[in-house]
Design a protein around this ligand. Structure first.
Ligand code: ATP
Ligand code: MG
Length: 602
């Protein structure tokens, strides 16, 4: 491509709308344009990058035996009602764009495709002889993200590769999952990215085991906790660890103490001269289920620890059936206004005890009459602890389970693991923290969707059993931007060779110089002929402008037909290292071919 003929516009200034480096650079370098909130045009350079990422993904998917297809983006509401996700996706998460057609039928724009693909499997897979099967597609997805941001990182329309596997049993599904795991490692390595695979929460998709693939970058939205021995890495949402040991309590007898102005843990510990590890903190949450019932949740957790809201949400979803519900629509810490809606009298905030009476909840058919009391593991063994007294300005010290307070039998792990904690697999390993961009997620789904939609097959014994599924996503457009987030310098983007829009750019410093033009045209032709994807900067512009632009767009190799032409040479600059070499014109093609091959066969 000749830059003189391309729709190529670069910006000198950082666009005000962009916050993180990759977003700024992609806008400045003319890769993308914003069309609306979370909606972007992929301009010609970007489209080439996306095609390259897609091709690598396609090759690795095909290598696992998966088959490419294309599923509809318009999805009938009935399919989502069958799986029970219509309400969650249109109301709770609100992520699905839903619409009504002219016949008054409800439809959704596909945020993901479990329902569609399971309905197809239900119709087409009859016998164990047809298994296993994996389908995948590379396609635009729609999600009404509450906070679209960072350009392609979190769009409302974006490109995803999603794959769905169907196996005869759990063991078969685990084999398929393992192949995908390997394919994902290959994809990221081939794209030239630094990444980590981590244990992940399965969220609204459901199922058992799942792993996320994180591209490491400071601007990443996710926190990763890992150990240096390489045996543990998890998203903080899912992470587990050993809490620090509790210090022995200095209080030996149970008594009520006046503790004025100590509604925070810090103030209380200072006042009582004790450690937060001797405290049972009682944290109040308010959950609204999809049946319309509001449930008040009281968590007892050690004073030095925090609640992990994702673990809490998962625990509460397990209780949904008790409230005639399928899922939790919202989970919040109720402020004064929210409390007024259900409290029968003012709560002793900051001074609540584990035994606080259910009388604080007003009687109403929309409100569960009792607190759900969840005991975090960190408080189970505490003795002679400090906690609230249900009276403002007073705490109790030297309290014990079984004596002053009855412990709810509902003991769970709700604590948030944090950097500095000891690892569970080896207590000498300390959790480290890093930031990452989630570019892929693989799930062992099990039979959740096949059971809901009745996707069964006949096994070898002649029994009708549900298909065992897995699902596997890669954010193609997010991956492309995360490559930039991981690789740039003060002058612009430094694209990994494997996914750069072009391998090389030939620059003519002075288009008025016939010799420069002739040499450049010849190289441009020969390079493209040899499969080295090459741009030609033949614009009638100053050389400095061309060099700046070449650096900004991040093409790996720059070839300049300048002063050394008289010796039969050109200047070749590597974008990543800025290393400059003079190379004989006759050797340029073979040299670049070799560099590209070395850089992409890793
Ligand atoms: P996130 O937690 O970032 O919202 P997710 O858990 O919703 O992601 P999945 O449903 O697993 O994501 O989708 C698979 C992949 O699609 C993700 O790993 C991510 O790379 C990409 N992706 C998801 N949402 C978006 C988005 N709004 N914009 C761009 N890419 C996205
Ligand atoms: Mg999401």
């Amino acid at each position: 491509m000749r830059l003189s003929q391309m729709l190529f516009v670069t910006l000198r200034e950082d666009p005000a709308e962009a916050e993180i480096p990759s977003h700024k650079l992609l806008l400045r370098a003319g890769y993308i344009r914003r069309v609306g909130s979370g909606i972007y045009a992929y301009l010609p350079l970007m489209w080439r990058v996306l095609q390259k990422v897609s091709q690598i993904v396609r090759e690795e998917m095909n290598a696992t035996g998966a088959q490419e297809c294309l599923l509809p983006q318009l999805q009938p509401a009935e399919l989502w009602q069958e799986s029970g996700r219509w309400d969650t996706y249109t109301k709770a998460e609100g992520i699905m764009f839903a619409l009504v057609d002219r016949q008054q039928r409800e439809l959704g724009l596909g945020p993901t495709h479990e329902e569609v693909v399971t309905a197809i499997a239900r119709d087409m897979i009859r016998s164990y002889r047809q298994l296993p099967q994996t389908l995948y597609q590379i396609q635009t997805k729609f999600r009404d993200e509450i906070r679209p941001r960072f350009g392609l990182m979190r769009g409302r329309e974006f490109i995803m590769k999603d794959a769905y596997s169907f196996d005869a049993d759990e063991a078969g599904m685990k084999l398929t999952y393992e192949k995908m795991n390997q394919a994902y490692h290959n994809i990221l390595r081939r794209c030239g990215l630094k990444f980590r695979a981590v244990d992940a929460d399965s969220g609204a998709i459901g199922g058992s085991g799942s792993q996320e693939f994180m591209v490491l970058a400071d601007a990443g939205e996710d926190e990763i906790l890992y150990t240096d021995d390489g045996h543990y890495a998890a998203n903080v949402e899912k992470a587990v660890s050993l809490p620090p040991d509790a210090e022995p309590s200095p209080f030996t007898t149970h008594e009520k103490r006046e503790t004025p102005g100590t509604e925070t843990i810090e103030k209380l510990c200072k006042f009582l001269k004790c450690s937060p590890t001797q405290l049972v903190k009682n944290v109040l949450y308010q959950a609204v289920y999809d049946s319309g019932i509001t449930v008040l949740v009281l968590i007892h957790i050690r004073g030095d620890q925090d609640v992990n809201a994702v673990k809490l949400q998962n625990e509460l979803v397990k209780l949904a059936a008790q409230y005639g519900a399928k899922t939790v629509l919202s989970l919040t810490v109720p402020d004064a206004e929210a409390q007024q809606k259900w409290a029968s009298k003012p709560l002793p905030l900051g001074y609540m005890s584990p035994g606080i009476s259910d009388d604080y909840i007003r009687s109403s058919k929309e409100i569960a009459p009792k607190f759900v009391r969840l005991v975090d593991q960190t408080v189970v063994e505490l003795q002679n602890f400090v906690t609230g007294s249900d009276e403002s300005g007073y705490h109790v010290v030297g309290a014990n389970w079984g004596a002053q307070f009855q412990k709810s039998p509902h003991v769970v792990d709700l604590r948030k693991a944090k950097a500095g904690d000891r690892a569970i697999h080896d207590s000498t390993q300390i959790l480290q923290t890093a930031r990452g961009i989630e570019i892929g997620h693989i799930f062992q789904l099990g039979t959740k969707y096949s059971t809901a939609l009745g996707a069964t097959y006949t096994n070898e014994q002649g029994e009708e059993v549900p298909l065992v599924m897995g699902c596997y996503g890669v954010g193609i457009s997010r991956l492309a931007q995360s490559a930039v987030e991981q690789s740039y310098d003060k002058d612009g983007i430094v694209f990994p060779v494997a996914i750069a829009p072009y391998h090389a750019i030939v620059i003519i410093p002075n288009v008025g110089d016939a010799e420069q033009v002739a040499a450049a045209e010849k190289l441009y032709g020969e390079l493209n002929q040899a499969g080295v994807e090459t741009l030609l900067d033949d614009r009638n512009d100053r050389a400095g402008v061309k060099f700046k632009d070449a650096d900004l767009i991040g093409i790996p190799y720059r070839i300049v037909t300048g002063k050394s032409l008289k010796d039969g040479k050109v200047e070749v600059v590597q974008r990543a290292t800025k290393a400059v070499q003079e190379i004989a014109i006759s050797e340029v093609v073979s040299t670049l071919k070799q560099w590209i091959s070395e850089a992409t066969h890793r």
